[in-house]
Design a protein around this ligand. Structure first.
Ligand code: IPD
Ligand code: CA
Ligand code: CA
Ligand code: CA
Length: 271
């Protein structure tokens, strides 16, 4: 039976992700503009990133006023309840800015530093993915109700379809391009969706054999990492590490270790 606290956190995360997803989908201004930039001129934030984070933190605080927050757009409070929410209100901002459909709302709840609930909503797909620690991962779709998520049986590495992402900082991107250049001939192909949260859920759903990226932040990966693991995927960083800023790898067992080893050999990580 699901822990009643986890069940409550899941309900709240799903409500917040659905409301923020509706706001982003239905409220996107036709003349959407860049509100500010962060690490580089292409690391953009729109008014909708900020509005979605406010909606999510207000909604969660209304239910659970003593919880802490870590949000990409600045929400940062300690809280006193032992629960902290890790939020990416709009993962895939560049896609959203251009009107491409691959973007998501990512909400995770941590207890004692461990992710216990993860929800990723992908409104333009009509899908929401969720996992509770120890309880498996599921997707609810606009068309096909609720289904269990399970990663794919592993193909040989040279037949693996692997996604990645590129950073907003030119030097990091140059290094990522060199790693991708070496990897492409060793795999079936590489994809670049533009949303780390969607990539991790696609590994969970068996739509990708693997995913890796350097330079992710906790809000990019917290929910998707739990969803991927609960769907049977393996996730990590460099060998022996949990996914982190230096490197995040997620893949179906059988692809994970050879992919992680290649990334180690190619120096794909960086602190
Ligand atoms: C970005 C997306 C992208 C990934 C970047 C992230 P944002 O998040 O997840 O796919 O390659 O590393 O920063 O800025 O759109 O929330
Ligand atoms: Ca961003
Ligand atoms: Ca993100
Ligand atoms: Ca974001």
């Amino acid at each position: 039976m699901t822990d009643p606290l986890y069940a409550e956190l899941l309900r709240i995360a799903q409500e917040a992700a659905r409301r923020a997803g509706d706001l982003l989908r239905d409220g996107r201004p036709a003349d959407l503009a860049v509100a500010k930039t962060k690490s580089s001129p292409i690391d953009v934030v729109t008014e909708m990133d900020i509005a979605a984070e406010k909606l999510i933190t207000d909604l969660i605080s209304g239910h659970r006023p003593d919880d802490g927050f870590l949000g990409e757009e600045g929400a940062s409070t300690e809280g006193t309840s032992g629960v902290r929410w890790v939020i990416d209100p709009l993962d895939g901002t560049v896609n959203y800015l251009y009107g491409l459909p691959t973007w998501a709302v990512s909400i995770a709840a941590e207890q004692a530093g461990e992710t216990v609930v993860g929800v990723v909503a992908a409104p333009m797909r009509g899908e929401m993915y969720h996992a509770v620690r120890g309880g498996g991962a599921r997707a609810t779709g606009a068309w096909d109700g609720e289904r269990e998520l399970a990663c794919r049986p592993a193909p040989p590495l040279e037949q693996a379809l692997v996604s990645t992402g590129f950073n907003y900082v030119t030097d990091v991107k140059r290094h990522q391009a060199e790693v991708a250049h070496r990897l492409i001939p060793l795999l079936r192909d590489i994809r670049r969706s533009g949303s780390a949260a969607v990539d991790l859920c696609d590994v969970a759903a068996g739509r990708l054999d693997g995913y890796y990226e350097r330079g992710l932040h906790p809000w990019d990966l917290a929910a998707g990492d739990l969803i991927a693991r609960e769907a049977g995927a393996m996730t990590g960083g460099r060998p022996g590490e949990r996914p982190n800023h230096a490197l995040t790898v997620a893949a179906t067992p059988g692809v994970f270790e050879p992919l992680q080893q290649l990334l180690e050999d190619f120096g794909a990580w960086h602190d």
